[in-house]
Design a binder for this molecule. Sequence first.
Ligand code: SF4
Length: 353
Amino acid sequence: MKRELKVDTNKSVLDGIAGAKERLGKDLLLLAHFYQHDDIVRYADFVGDSLQLAEKAAASPDARYIVFCSVSFMAETARILCRPDQEVLHPEPHARCPLANMASIEQVEKAWEALSSLGKKIIPVVYVNSNADLKAFCARHDGMVCTSANVKKIFSHVLSRDASVFFFPDENMGRNVSASLSLSGEEMFLWDPERGLGRTGPGSPDKARVFLWEGFCIVHRVMGAPDVSKVRAEYPGIRVIVHPECTPEVYNQADLSGSTNFIKTTVDKSPEGSKWAIGTEWNFVNRIKRENPGKLIVPLREERCKEMAKVTPEKLLRVLTGLVRAELPGRVAVDEAVAREARIALARMLEIP
Ligand code: SF4
């Protein structure tokens, strides 16, 4: 599909990207997350959500260079899954997901020590939006990774093993998926690093089937119930579709929810004349809107991810021209011991039917 050219990137930058891509040919695989800028997406060989991008990176053994336009944990995940002789490059290593940074290995180890004292069977599950050492932690404790596309399946799998889930770092997604599996508020316990297991609230550690972490996505958390009421009042008959990182208030009022790929596919397949309010990152919503001119599409709220936006066409060009000169700017490296364990946690996720 021909993608629309935005006018705010210098033409010489766009020409430079196109020229470098041509010179690198099949050696290069350019991956971009759905939330990336249009002038990056239009040059990507593949665009997708975090699960799709991880699978694409792992299934591309012929690419010598994988340039990953997204936040850093996704480039790190590609590094973990690719062959050692492939190079993964990230145009802006400082583009770091704030949600991923809301849980450190020290904090998680401390929580695990306390949770282990309960004498319950608990399996850790880490959202893919996390640093590699947390994925490695899950591998060491019989746990695994999940994404927004498969989180429900992974929770069901753990619960079916008569184990409780210890999920980090996104509280909202954990609550939303637990509720969709008919767990009550009493069966969820929010881990508080200050008060540990002594926290007061609706859930209790003994009854908990899911232990949650107090992390959130800054983009999705600000979307509120008043935004849903507003679009419904403004556009009668509109359907609201949201990402599960939204708060339970928004999630419960939405008509549908799912990963970015689910959102895109659902809206793309809906009949002409459909009306949608989409609760996720603005760049992505705007693109779906342009690709579906016969439908009414509005953002639930205009929110951009500032970290994703740190990857710019100019920075992409710098990486590509470096590759043409046989340099490796923005090379991603992950400690091999951490990578080995993280790979196990990722493989467990991909193996669950
Ligand atoms: S949209 Fe949210 S979860 Fe995604 S990279 Fe930005 S801050 Fe992180």
